[in-house]
Design a protein around this ligand. Structure first.
Ligand SMILES: C[S@@+](CC[C@H](N)C(=O)[O-])C[C@H]1O[C@@H](n2cnc3c(N)ncnc32)[C@H](O)[C@@H]1O
Length: 330
C-alpha cells in the first residue's frame, strides 16, 4: 500500500506557504506534505524524521529538489535540529503523528499484527524494543500501558497472560504476541478491528515515547515560530488531540477558569498563540471513503502572536512507567 497523506489539502491551506518562507515538516514519512508545500510556493521545507528509511527517501527527493532539507532526528528535538541547520525562526510547523504505511507494510519493523516480523516497533531503531517491553516490564506496568495508551478494558487480563506465557518462552515476533492477545480476548467474533489493535498501539506509543515527543515539540514550536507562524497538527489518538487542544487553548489565554464574581487578579502573560478555529477539523466523507487511515484524524491549527513565549513544561496528562528502566536486549 502506498502512503496516502491524511488531510493533505487542509494541511496545505493551514500552512499557507509563501515564497521565501521556511517550513518545518516534523514527520516527513513518505514526503506527501513536504511535496505539496514545495509545489504550492517557492519555500524551503525542513523535513524531519527519526526513521532512517524516511530520511533516506528525503535525501533522494532532495537530490532533485534543492529547497528540501532532510534532518534526521526526533521532532521533540526540533529546536536544536532546526537551529543546527542554520535557522533561528520558521514560518510554519506541521506534524502528522503516528506511523506511516511504509512502516506498517515493512514486516521487519514489527509494527503490524497482520505481518509476522520481529517484535520491534522502534521508529528510530534505537533504545528498548517492543520485545523488551513485553518480556521485561512487570505485570502492573504492562497493564498500565495497555489501559492508558490503548484504552484497553481487558488490560489486566492481557498483562497477566503475557507474564505467564513469557515464563515459558520470551516473545520474539509480532504474530506470537497478536495470537496470545487474540486468545485472551476470545477471538475476533466478527469485530471490525483485530483484538490486538489497541495493545499494539499502546506498545508502539510507549516504545517511541510518542506523548513525550509531542509535549517537547509543542514547547519548541513556541520558540521557533515567528510572529504569524502557523502550528498545524494532525493527531490520531484522543490523548494526543487533548494535549494539542489544551496547549493551544492555554497559550491562547483561553483556560482562564476562576469565577466571574471574583475581582480580576493578575492578567498573566500575553497569549503566545491565537486559535485559527475553536474546533478541530475532521476528514471529509470523500477522504474517508478512499483513506481508511484518516478515520480518527483531527487537525488543529494555531497562529503565533508577537508575545514572548509563555514557556513552561507541557504535560502529557498521563503517567506512565519508565521506559529508561528497561534494558535494550535486541
Ligand atoms: C504518518 S507518517 C507522516 C506522513 C507524511 N505526512 C506524508 O505525507 O508522507 C509519520 C512519520 O513521522 C515519523 N515520526 C513519528 N514520530 C516522530 C518523532 N517523534 N520524531 C520524528 N519523526 C517521527 C515516523 O517515523 C513516520 O515516518
Amino acid at each position: 500500500m502506498t502512503h496516502r497523506p491524511v488531510l493533505l489539502d487542509e494541511v496545505v491551506v493551514a500552512m499557507a506557504p509563501r515564497d521565501g518562507e521556511v517550513h518545518v515538516d516534523g514527520t516527513y514519512g513518505g514526503g506527501g506534505y513536504a511535496r505539496a508545500l514545495l509545489a504550492a510556493a517557492d519555500c524551503k521545507v525542513l523535513g524531519i524524521d527519526r526513521d532512517p528509511d524516511a530520511i533516506e527517501r528525503a535525501r533522494v527527493a532532495a537530490g532533485a529538489e534543492a529547497q528540501l532539507v532532510p534532518l534526521h532526528g526526533a521532532f521533540g528535538d526540533m529546536r536544536s535540529l532546526v537551529e543546527g541547520a542554520g535557522f533561528e525562526r520558521v514560518d510554519a510547523i506541521t506534524l502528522d503523528l503516528g506511523v506511516s504505511s511504509f512502516q506498517l507494510d515493512e514486516a521487519e519493523r514489527g509494527f503490524s499484527f497482520m505481518r509476522d516480523g520481529p517484535l520491534d516497533m522502534r521508529m528510530g531503531l534505537a533504545g528498548p524494543s517492543a520485545a523488551d517491553v513485553v518480556n521485561q516490564m512487570d505485570e502492573r506496568d504492562l497493564a498500565t500501558i495497555f489501559f492508558r495508551l490503548g484504552e484497553e478494558k481487558q488490560s489486566r487480563r492481557i498483562a497477566r497472560a503475557i507474564v505467564k506465557r513469557r515464563l515459558k518462552a520470551p516473545f520474539t515476533t509480532t504474530l506470537d504476541l497478536a495470537d496470545l492477545i487474540e486468545d485472551v480476548l476470545g477471538g475476533r467474533r466478527g469485530a471490525k478491528t483485530h483484538p490486538a489493535t489497541r495493545s499494539f498501539q499502546a506498545i508502539r506509543m510507549f516504545v517511541n515515547d510518542e506523548l513525550g515527543e509531542l509535549a517537547r515539540a509543542l514547547e519548541a514550536s513556541e520558540h521557533l515560530l515567528d510572529e504569524g507562524g502557523r502550528l498545524v497538527i494532525v493527531t490520531f489518538h484522543s490523548l494526543e488531540d487533548r494535549m494539542v487542544k489544551l496547549f493551544m487553548r492555554e497559550r491562547a489565554g483561553l483556560m482562564g477558569g476562576g469565577s466571574r464574581h471574583m475581582p480580576k487578579k493578575d492578567e498573566g502573560p500575553a497569549p503566545s498563540f491565537a486559535l485559527a478555529s475553536k474546533k478541530a477539523t475532521e476528514p471529509s466523507e470523500a477522504e474517508l471513503a478512499v483513506n481508511p487511515r484518516a478515520r480518527s484524524s483531527r487537525l488543529r491549527v494555531a497562529v503565533r502572536t508577537s508575545a514572548a513565549p509563555m514557556g513552561g513544561v507541557v504535560s502529557t496528562g498521563v503517567e506512565l512507567p519508565d521506559l529508561g528502566s528497561l534494558e535494550a536486549a535486541s
